[in-house]
Design a protein around this ligand. Structure first.
Ligand code: ZN
Length: 282
């Protein structure tokens, strides 16, 4: 393996799409202040991460944003309020994204040039819009074989210099990989699957992946990096409850094992900003 990019969508547990419409915010329970165990683990492993922050929580977490930058990680934007891009028209998106960028920059005291769409809902016209707003890279492309039309970001005109990396001019798109097995795409790169699969199974899947790929992107969320109890709302279905809670307890340890496994196979962990710098793009 060549490159590994660990990315975190810096959002609260109540931003999960399944929890939309429930009064979760009002509980006052916040997972972001628990991110320090994760940050310490990264320091111990010498791994630098790209964080994509939801702008509406930037101000109340300004201290965390600054600490993230102080430890040498990169900070990008994950939308204003985690509403899916497919629910916004272009004009609204431009207006909100301009405000989101400014809000995060003010809280962090540093420029923000990276973007990840909530739930990977990026579309081509919105990709052009973020470029016009001064973003230089995005990481929202994911491919699902079972849904050929769904969420497959059109990158016509981009060249692909390397596995998972696309560029047009000095703008870069980083893909989130899936593993193709029997015509199905398994998103082994993060979220619920990383929590659900035991490490022995992840190792098998990652070995299969590494046979065909040289780069890997991982994504995680703060609620997956702590086992603090979440006050999930009454009336939430059993499947959704399982999705929210499965594997949280051991996930930080498992993530460390995945990091070590990738390092042993030669993968070098950098932020996406450092990767662009190494390619002479920033
Ligand atoms: Zn998200």
């Amino acid at each position: 393996m060549k490159h590994a990019w660990l990315t975190v969508d810096l959002e609260e547990w109540y931003h999960l799409d399944y929890l939309k419409g429930y009064p979760c915010r009002e509980s006052g329970v916040r997972v972001l202040p628990r991110i320090f165990d994760f940050l310490d683990m990264l320091d111990e492993e010498g791994v630098k991460v790209t964080f994509f922050c939801v702008a509406e929580i930037a101000k109340e977490n300004a201290g965390i944003l600054r600490e993230i930058l102080r430890r040498g990680h990169a900070l990008g934007c994950h939308g204003l309020d985690h509403e899916l891009l497919t629910n916004k028209d272009l004009e609204q998106f431009e207006e909100e994204t301009r405000a989101a960028k400014a809000t995060i920059e003010a809280a962090a005291g540093a420029p923000v040039t990276g973007y990840r769409a909530p739930c990977f809902t990026m579309e081509r016209d919105k990709l052009e819009a973020i470029r016009a707003l001064g973003f230089t890279y995005d990481s929202s492309k994911i491919r699902f074989a079972q849904h050929p039309l769904y969420r497959n970001l059109d990158l016509a005109g981009f060249e692909q210099p390397e596995d998972l990396v696309y560029r047009e001019g000095d703008f870069t798109e980083y893909e989130i990989p899936t593993l193709e097995i029997f015509g199905y795409s398994i998103p082994i790169s993060g979220g619920g699957y990383l929590r659900l699969f035991p490490f022995w199974l992840l190792k098998i899947l990652l070995s299969l992946y590494a046979k065909k790929h040289e780069n890997f992107t991982i994504y995680a969320h703060p609620f997956e990096l702590t086992d603090m109890p979440l006050p999930l709302p009454q009336g939430l279905g059993r499947v959704t409850r399982f999705r929210c809670l499965v594997g949280r307890k051991r996930n930080l340890k498992k993530l460390r094992k995945v990091i070590r496994w990738l390092k042993k196979r030669g993968a070098r962990f950098t932020t996406l900003e450092d990767d662009r710098r190494e390619r002479g793009l920033a």
